[in-house]
Design a protein around this ligand. Structure first.
Ligand SMILES: Cc1cc2nc3c(=O)[nH]c(=O)nc-3n(C[C@H](O)[C@H](O)[C@H](O)COP(=O)(O)OP(=O)(O)OC[C@H]3O[C@@H](n4cnc5c(N)ncnc54)[C@H](O)[C@@H]3O)c2cc1C
Length: 356
């Protein structure tokens, strides 16, 4: 596809943050280009679970119906096991948002992109890569889109980097992280079918240095995730996937459950990641999602934070009425104020020793 030319908005990255931003900015643009480096059918281990605050963000962006249509059950509470004690938690039902959801990324990401494309002025190219951001007088004016067929120059009124926590483009722009903290946690997960577990409740189980979380995430489908402190792996030399299998098998409820059900994916995950905050905007550019604000997966706040950054950008565009000539000053402060508690939680879990 020939994408060379001018676009109101060019978005690097087409997952949660990129797709939500394309959807949110489309009413203010003539045409938007989304470029994603990965193939549409390629996924890696990243969960997406959120709580009441996440539901509110989806609704703020007009995407809650899309998310609910993904078919994951809503959970209205969870059981929390510590040793032999199990405590039941019920989520307050003060409004329509009092539930948690977990949607596999294989379902969520395409649904979001399909909704964005339904605007009619959003074009998606993948696999393709945004690189070599172009600047004139310190302002971003476009970039190069690298596809299998060669490089194509594009210009834009706004370049949005939704290209994840390892954003090379953010680094090239000089958007240096001004807060960082390294996570001691290794997060692993796998999906299962046919588990004899409730479909309206999640299950948390904590034991020395690790936590297991089982959440229903589709029709007859569950995600079981583990967060294990690196000191635990370090002291035993056990591979994270082996530790995951051992923890699940030994857990009093989950062990018998997985023996009766079926694991449908490999065990995979990520660990010891750097958490960071970068400036959210500069002349002609904005960072949304993990590229500018990366929270520890243990906190399960990444999705909510990605949506919050998209909403802040959308609100700025709404106030201005159009993309061209947008004043992006002050958005970093607004974002940091909005997500302060989430960052504090990330710092707390990152400074924790192995005994939870
Ligand atoms: C193991 C694990 C478990 C997690 N669990 C949870 C959870 O339970 N709840 C929660 O809320 N969050 C969780 N998270 C965090 C959550 O996955 C992220 O916050 C979320 O994926 C951020 O979305 P994003 O769109 O910003 O970035 P990403 O999902 O990383 O997407 C970035 C996209 O940009 C593309 N890209 C990269 N470079 C370029 C380029 N140059 N040009 C074009 N495209 C490019 C990539 O191919 C990718 O598709 C977890 C993360 C991990 C790793």
């Amino acid at each position: 596809m020939n994408v060379a030319g001018h676009w109101d908005v060019v978005i690097a990255g087409g997952r949660i943050a990129g797709a939500a931003t394309a959807w949110a900015l489309a009413p203010y643009a003539e045409r938007i280009l989304v470029v994603d480096a990965s193939r549409a059918d390629t996924f890696w281990a990243q969960q997406s679970t959120w709580d009441r605050a996440g539901n509110q963000e989806w609704d703020e962006l007009g995407l809650l119906d899309t998310v609910l249509a993904c078919g994951a059950p809503r959970t209205f509470g969870h059981d929390f096991r510590t040793g032999n004690d199990v405590v039941e938690h019920h989520y307050p039902q003060v409004d329509d948002y009092g539930f948690r959801m977990s949607v596999p990324r294989e379902v969520l990401d395409p649904a979001l992109m399909q909704t964005a494309e339904s605007r009619g002025n959003v074009t998606v190219v993948r696999p393709a890569r945004v690189r070599d951001v172009a600047l004139r007088n310190g302002r971003v004016t476009g970039a190069t889109v690298r596809t299998a067929y060669g490089d194509q120059p594009v210009t834009s009124d706004l370049l949005v980097l939704a290209d994840g926590r390892r954003s090379r483009n953010a680094t090239d722009l000089g958007a240096r992280p001004y807060r960082t903290v390294r996570s001691p946690w290794v997060a692993m997960l796998a999906y299962y079918e046919d588990l004899p577990l409730p479909t309206d409740r999640a299950y948390f189980s904590m034991s020395g240095g690790s936590i297991l979380i089982a959440t229903p995430c589709g029709r007859n489908q569950w995600c079981i995730a583990s967060d294990v402190h690196f000191e635990v792996h370090g002291s035993t030399g056990e591979h994270p996937a082996a530790a995951y299998a051992r923890l699940v098998n030994e857990e009093p409820l989950l062990g018998p459950a997985v023996a009766r059900g079926r694991r449908t994916t490999a065990v995979a995950g990520a660990g010891r990641l750097w958490m960071l905050r970068r400036p959210m905007t500069g002349p002609g550019w904005a960072l949304v999602g993990d590229s500018g604000y990366h929270l520890d997966p243990v906190t399960a706040q990444g999705t909510r934070a990605a949506l919050a950054t998209t909403r802040l950008l959308r609100d700025r565009v709404t106030a201005h009425g159009q993309i061209a000539g947008l004043d992006l000053d002050g958005l970093t402060g607004e974002r940091d104020a909005a997500l302060d508690e989430a960052w504090d939680e990330t710092e707390q879990v990152c400074h924790r020793r192995s005994s939870l």
